[in-house]
Ligand binder design. Structure first.
Ligand SMILES: Cc1cc2nc3c(=O)[nH]c(=O)nc-3n(C[C@H](O)[C@H](O)[C@H](O)COP(=O)(O)OP(=O)(O)OC[C@H]3O[C@@H](n4cnc5c(N)ncnc54)[C@H](O)[C@@H]3O)c2cc1C
Length: 282
C-alpha cells in the first residue's frame, strides 16, 4: 500500500484529489482497527500526522482547534473548554490519547465519539478544505447518520472552531467500566452566561449526536431566575425536571453495551448532576 506523508495541508489535499483510492490517516486509532479487521482496504494512505498547520490551538475570543490536535495535547494546552478537557480525559488509554486526534473523531462521526457532544453543545463549526477551497459546516449539520457525515472524500477537516463559552460547562460519560470504554451514554452541558445560551448534547443515545432543545429552554428559564453570572445552585426539583427533559430527547436503542431504558435513566441522572455542577461554577 502506497503511503504519502503530507508536508502541509495543500500537499495533503492534492494527494487525496489525484488518487481516488487514497484515504487520510491521522493517529490511526480508528482506521487501523478497520484495516486490521479487514473492514476497509484503502488503495493508498495520506498521512497527516506531521502537518504542523493542523496541530495548533488558538484562542482570541473565538477558539480554533486544529484537526491534528491529540487528546493528550488538549489536556496539556487549554483550549478554553472544560467540557472538552473532561471528554479528552475519558478517551481510551494514554496511548490512544497520544495518537488519537479530534479530527479523526469528527471524521469517524460515531454517535459514541466523546469529543462530539461537546462540539455540538458549543455549537462549533467544522472547517474543511479541498483543492476546490474551504467550507465551514455548523456541527448541527455535520453528522447525517451513525458514522456518516457530509464530508466529501477529498475534503480534509482542518479545524473545529467555536465562540469561547466561559467556565460553566461539563462532560459526563457512563460506560460498562470506568476507563478504556466506549460510552453507553454521554452528555455535554454548556452554559454560555454572556450570550444567555444553554447547549445540551447527547452521545450514544441516537443515530447521531442529539440536542435536547426543550431541556435547553427549561435550563435557560432556571438561569433567568437564578442569575446567569451567579454561582447559585438550582433546586433539586429543577435539576430533576431538567434530567427528565434531557432523557425525553434521546432516541436510544438496546445493544450489547446497554438497554434503551438504562440509557434514558443514566441520561436523566447525568443531566440533573450536570446542571447542579455547572450552575455553581464561575
Ligand atoms: C482502544 C481504543 C479505545 C478508544 N477509546 C475511545 C474513547 O474512549 N472515546 C472515543 O471517542 N474514541 C475512542 N476510540 C476511537 C478513536 O481513538 C477516536 O475516534 C480518535 O479520535 C480517532 O482519531 P485518529 O486521529 O486516530 O483517527 P484515524 O484513525 O487516523 O482516522 C479515522 C478516520 O478519520 C479520517 N480522518 C482522520 N483525520 C482526518 C482529517 N483531518 N480530515 C478528514 N478525515 C480524517 C480517516 O481517513 C479515517 O477514516 C478508541 C479507539 C481505540 C482503538
Amino acid at each position: 500500500m502506497a503511503v504519502h506523508v503530507a508536508r502541509d495541508v495543500d500537499d495533503a489535499t492534492r494527494a487525496v484529489a489525484v488518487d481516488e483510492r487514497a484515504e487520510l490517516i491521522a493517529g490511526g486509532t480508528d482506521l487501523m482497527v478497520e484495516i486490521n479487521f479487514g473492514r476497509r482496504r484503502p488503495g493508498a494512505l495520506v498521512a497527516i500526522d506531521r502537518v504542523q498547520e493542523l496541530r495548533g490551538i488558538s484562542r482570541s475570543g473565538r477558539v480554533r482547534v486544529g484537526a491534528g490536535v491529540t487528546y493528550t495535547q488538549l489536556l496539556a494546552d487549554d483550549a478554553g473548554s472544560a467540557a472538552l478537557r473532561e471528554a479528552s480525559r475519558s478517551v481510551g488509554s494514554p496511548q490512544i490519547r497520544n495518537a488519537g486526534t479530534i479530527g479523526g473523531n469528527i471524521a469517524t462521526s460515531s454517535p459514541a465519539g466523546d469529543a462530539l457532544p461537546v462540539l455540538a453543545a458549543l455549537e462549533a463549526t467544522i472547517v474543511v478544505r479541498s483543492v476546490r477551497g474551504e467550507r465551514r459546516v455548523p456541527f448541527a449539520e455535520w453528522m447525517t447518520g451513525p458514522k456518516r457525515n457530509g464530508r466529501a472524500r477529498d475534503e480534509i477537516i482542518v479545524a473545529a472552531e467555536w465562540e469561547s463559552a466561559g467556565p460553566k460547562q461539563t462532560f459526563m460519560k457512563v460506560g460498562t467500566r470506568n476507563a478504556m470504554v466506549i460510552a453507553v451514554a454521554s452528555l455535554a452541558l454548556v452554559v454560555d452566561a454572556s450570550r444567555r445560551r444553554v447547549g445540551v448534547a447527547l452521545g450514544s443515545c441516537g443515530p447521531t449526536i442529539l440536542r435536547a432543545d426543550r431541556a435547553q429552554s427549561f435550563a435557560a428559564g432556571v438561569l433567568d431566575e437564578l442569575g446567569w453570572e451567579r454561582q447559585a445552585a438550582p433546586t433539586e426539583t429543577a435539576c430533576a425536571e431538567f434530567g427528565a427533559l434531557v432523557a425525553s430527547a434521546a432516541r436510544p436503542i438496546d445493544d450489547v453495551r446497554g438497554t434503551a431504558a438504562y440509557r434514558s435513566h443514566v441520561l436523566s441522572v447525568m443531566a440533573a448532576r450536570a446542571l447542579a455542577r455547572v450552575a455553581v461554577l464561575g
